[in-house]
Design a protein around this ligand. Structure first.
Ligand code: UDX
Length: 440
């Protein structure tokens, strides 16, 4: 099928590349010229394992192209996926300006049937608003048929995670089709035909809610684990064992129960805010989610308090940071808890050195006064404390003996519970994890 993807950010690009690999003819569009020029050269502007090679393969097979013009892309495609950004307004509400603009442009260029699929995370009822916008603007392009061009709007939320985006796209737990006609459902079934997974077919508003509900539930699970971790520390329990014990219960499951310094990234913080706001506007005060957000903020504050407590005087201390990205296997630092933690320590007068395997370029743009190092060993040298803030696999296998010897004080704060407490303690470190039963 000929498919256009409008918006070549994280979701748009992964969707485009993966749909091409399913056998479709895909054109990805973006209004940022430099981005498209890079993509045309086969360069992916973000770090996502496997994406660049698959993209180049699809370009070589001539199944994937890039362009600037929505009009051109929309004209030659049967299905048009909207994957533009939905940033947060000050109120937390999603800003849908880009979605509206794209809908208007699609309408102005439509000359035959189109299936318009919303992929961006949007508040419930956005699909209906897209439909209305298209109706209102359609007649402009449709001089001969007098506004009678047929089209469908559908919601097909994406659940992919950064760092495993291709795998998540190709092997999803489910597909969700929010549709209003059999034709739209059949087209979506055809698009995803090679993917074998349960398909939930529903109306557009329910599909939009599924996305909100899933992300908010996952954020709730993380905050629940983080709140538990706080209690674990106070009563001498170990959150790792508690999560393991809970996780075997099939009704609960072990995933997303990792306590740490809180969730970050481009989705959870923004989506939780947007859902709280959406609920509020609808007349329901989703206090449970407000508390999820509070717990997430408190987690960073508690971590900082612990560091200050153990370090005694923070001012002029040298603090080493391992990991800045909001999670491993990505160079994304949007809402990364590491940023807040680093800035707060600097505010207290600490000097900070840092290393991240992929996110250094991004971090240099937003962090001032940080000494960026070439590797973990240079970070640790002469430090009064070492913080592990992103659980990159390579940090597991460092020579911690060597690190301890090079540090001024053997203090290690593991914000992701990734390191082996006993081994580190045995080799002379004072180790602090999150919720490991410190008994405060
Ligand atoms: C998330 C959703 O998982 C995905 O379905 C949706 O489409 C987009 O948002 P992503 O933001 O890429 O994906 O990453 P994810 O792996 O879900 O992690 C989000 C944040 O939660 C990270 O900061 C991570 O460190 C944190 N996290 C995750 C925890 O603190 N504990 C956990 O147990 C799991």
């Amino acid at each position: 099928m000929n498919i256009a993807i409008i918006g070549s950010g994280y979701v748009g690009l992964v969707t485009g590349v993966c749909l091409a690999s399913l056998g479709h003819q895909v054109i990805c569009v973006d209004n940022v010229k430099e981005k498209i020029l890079k993509l045309k050269k086969g360069i992916v502007p973000i770090f996502e394992p496997g994406l660049e090679s698959l993209m180049r393969e699809m370009m070589k097979k001539k199944r994937l192209t890039f362009g600037f013009s929505i009009k051109e892309a929309a004209r030659k495609s049967t299905a048009i996926f909207i994957a533009v950004g939905t940033p947060s307004k000050k109120s937390g509400e999603a800003d849908l300006t880009y979605v509206e603009n794209v809908a208007r442009e699609i309408a102005a260029s439509m000359d035959s049937y189109k299936l318009i699929v919303e992929k961006s995370t949007v508040p419930a009822d956005t699909g209906n608003r897209i439909k209305r916008t298209i109706m209102l603007n359609l007649s402009k392009s449709d001089k001969t048929k007098k506004g009678k061009i047929d089209f469908d709007v559908a919601s097909n939320p994406e659940f992919l995670r950064e760092g495993s985006a291709i795998e998540d796209f190709m092997n999803p737990d489910r597909l969700v089709f929010g549709v209003e006609s059999k034709k739209a459902e059949m087209l979506l079934r055809e698009i995803y035909k090679p993917i074998k997974t349960p398909i939930v077919v529903t109306n557009i508003n329910s599909a939009e809610m599924i996305k909100h509900a899933s992300n908010s539930f996952l954020a709730t699970k993380i905050s629940f684990a983080n709140a538990l971790a706080q209690v674990c520390d106070r009563v001498g329990a170990d959150i790792l064992k508690v999560a393991e014990g809970m996780g075997f219960d099939k009704r609960i499951g072990r995933s997303f129960l990792n306590a740490g310094i809180g969730y970050g990234g481009s989705c959870f913080p923004k989506d939780v805010d947007a859902f709280i706001r959406l609920s509020e506007k609808s007349g329901y005060h989703f206090n449970l989610l407000k508390e999820v957000r509070n717990v997430n903020e408190q987690q960073k504050a508690a971590f900082l308090q612990l560091i200050e407590d153990k370090l005694w005087i923070v001012k002029n201390k040298m603090i080493g940071v391992l990991g800045i990205a909001f999670k491993p296997d990505t160079d994304d630092i949007r809402n990364a808890p590491a940023l807040d933690i680093i800035r707060a320590l600097q505010h207290e007068g600490a000097k900070v050195r840092a290393f991240d395997p992929q996110a250094m370029d991004q971090a240099k743009k937003v962090l001032k006064g940080v000494g960026f190092c070439a590797n973990a060993y240079s970070v640790a040298k002469g430090c009064d404390a070492l913080l592990l803030l992103t659980e990159w696999e390579e940090f597991k296998n460092l020579d911690y003996q060597k690190i301890r010897q090079s540090m001024r004080q053997p203090l290690i704060f593991d914000g992701r519970n990734m390191l082996h407490e006993k081994e580190l303690s045995d080799s002379g470190f004072e180790y602090y994890g999150i919720g490991r039963g410190r008994v405060l």
